[in-house]
Design a protein around this ligand. Sequence first.
Ligand SMILES: Cc1ncc(COP(=O)(O)O)c(C=O)c1O
Length: 311
Amino acid sequence: MGGHIKAVHREHCKNEEKGSVCRFGLERAKKVLKYHESFPEYAATPLADLKNLAAYLGISSLRVKDESYRFGLNAFKVLGGSYCVGSYIAGKLKIDIDEMSFGKLVGDEVRKKLGELTFVTATDGNHGRGIAWIADKFGHRSVVYMPKGSAKERLDNIRALGAKACITDMNYDEAVRFANKQAEENGWVFVQDTAWEGYEKIPGRIMEGYTTMAYEAHMQLKGEKPTHIFLQAGVGAMAGAVAGFFADLYKGNDKPIITVVEPDKADCNFRTAKADDGMIHTVTGDMNTIMAGLACGEPCVIGWNDAGVKT
Ligand SMILES: Cc1ncc(COP(=O)(O)O)c(C=O)c1O
C-alpha cells in the first residue's frame, strides 16, 4: 500500500552573515565533544557503511550513524541532556562549561554546594531517559511526564533509572507546558529539548550537545564530503543542530543537500518551510504516528530564528 510523500525545497541561505550557524559549528562541537569524552561510558557510535544497500540503490555509498550504541541508551538524545545538565550546574558553580567534565560533576562536592536538584522534562521517551540517566549519574533527581500513547516499555526504562515518571493524557506539546508549570511551582529545573521565545538557553545547550554526533560522523568520514544528509525531526532541535554543523563546515556550493523528514501527521517543520512567510507554523491534536519521538507539533524556534523566522 503506497503512502505519499510531500516535500518542499529551500535554497541555502546565500547571506552567510544572516545564516550564521557557527554556534553549532566545528569549533563549538570540538569543545562539546571534549565534555562528552570525559564520561567513562563515552565511545563514538559506529557510522555503518551499508555497501549492499548502496549498490542496490545505485549510489556510491550510504552511511548510517548507529545511535543504538550511545551510552547504552539506544538513542542520541542523551547527548543533549548530558550537556544541558552539565551546563546548568557549571553556570550555578560559575565554572565555564568548557572547563567542566564528568569528574567535576559527580561526587558529593557539587551536591554539597548546590543541594539536591530536581530536573523535570516532558518526553515520549528518549530525551527523558537521557535526563533520568544524567540526573542519576550526578546524584540529583528527575521527574518525567510522557504524552498519552507513550509505550509502557519506555516508561519502565525511565523509571529504571530512578526518575519519577508517568504517562499523562496530554499530547507532547501540552505535556511540555505542564512540565514547565510543575518546574515553576516546585522550584525544579525545567530541561526541555525544544525552544520557544523566552526559553532558549537550555534547549540551545541541548542542541550544542547533539553536535557530538555530527562531529563524530564528520571524523569518521575521514575527509569525504557527504552530498546528502537525511535527518528525522520531531521539534527539529536535532535536525537544526546537525544541519547547522554541516552548513558551518562546508561553504558555498560544497554545502550538502540536507533533507529533514517528519511524519505526515506531525509536519510542523514542513509547514513552516512550505509557508515560507517568516512565521512558525504548528500542528495540534493527537498526531498519531508510529514514529515515536517525532509526534511534535511545535517547531523548536532556535534553528528557525537563525534563519530569520519570527516566532
Ligand atoms: C530517535 C529520535 N530521533 C529523533 C527525535 C526528534 O528529535 P527532535 O525533537 O530534536 O527533532 C527523537 C526525539 O525524541 C528521537 O528519540
